[in-house]
Design a protein around this ligand. Structure first.
Ligand code: COA
Length: 147
C-alpha cells in the first residue's frame, strides 16, 4: 500500500468522534445490548482519561478507524477494533494490527479479544491474521430461568 496509516493516542476532545465510531461498531457487530449515545460518550471520556488506551487510525486527515486496549492480568486485551465502513476490505485492518503489534502491544504478553459468534466478518478477519479460538462465552438471558 502506497498510502500510510498513522496511529495516535486519542485526545479527550475526540471523545464524541470516537463515541460515534463506537455506535457504528455496535450496529455492525449486532450488539445485543447497545448503549445510548450519552452513555457511550461518557464512557469514551473515561476510557481516554486513563481506563484504556484509545487509539485513532488516520490516513492523512481522514479517520480510518480506532482501537481500545489495555494490559490486564491475562495479557493485552483488545476491547474494540473498528475500521470505517467506507474503507473496509482494502487491507487497513491488517495494516493497523501490524502497526499495533510492532509498536504498541507488549511483545511478552498474549493478545486477546472477544468476538460475537455471529460476527462472521470479524471472525474471518481475526482468523486470517492468525488468531486462534480459545473460549466460548456463555450467557443466561435476563428473565430466563435455569433448567
Ligand atoms: C473486521 C474489520 C476490522 C476488518 O477490517 P478490514 O480493514 O476490512 O480488513 P482487511 O481489509 O485488512 O482484511 C484482512 C483479511 O481479513 C479477512 N476479511 C476481512 N473482512 C472480511 C469479510 N468481510 N469477509 C471475509 N473475510 C474478511 C480477509 O482474509 C482479508 O484479506 P483479503 O481482503 O486479502 O481477503 C472490519 O470489517 C470492521 O471494522 N468491522 C466492524 C467492527 C468489528 O466487527 N470489529 C471486530 C470486533 S471483534
Amino acid at each position: 500500500m502506497s498510502e500510510t496509516l498513522r496511529i495516535d493516542r486519542a485526545d479527550i476532545a475526540e471523545a464524541e468522534l470516537l463515541a460515534d465510531l463506537n455506535l457504528q461498531l455496535m450496529v455492525d457487530e449486532e450488539h445485543p445490548y447497545p448503549l445510548e449515545r450519552p452513555i457511550v460518550v461518557a464512557r469514551m471520556r473515561r476510557w481516554i482519561a486513563g481506563e484504556y488506551q484509545v487509539l485513532l487510525f488516520r490516513r492523512g486527515a481522514r479517520v480510518a478507524g480506532y482501537a481500545v486496549w489495555r494490559l490486564e492480568d491475562r495479557g493485552a486485551y483488545l476491547r474494540h477494533f473498528f475500521i470505517c465502513r467506507d474503507q473496509r476490505r482494502e487491507g487497513w485492518g491488517r495494516a493497523a494490527m501490524r502497526l499495533l503489534v510492532r509498536d504498541v502491544f507488549p511483545k511478552d504478553q498474549p493478545l486477546q479479544l472477544e468476538a460475537s459468534t455471529w460476527n462472521t466478518r470479524a471472525l474471518d478477519f481475526w482468523h486470517a491474521l492468525g488468531f486462534k479460538d480459545i473460549a466460548i462465552a456463555l450467557e443466561l438471558k435476563v428473565g430466563e430461568s435455569l433448567k
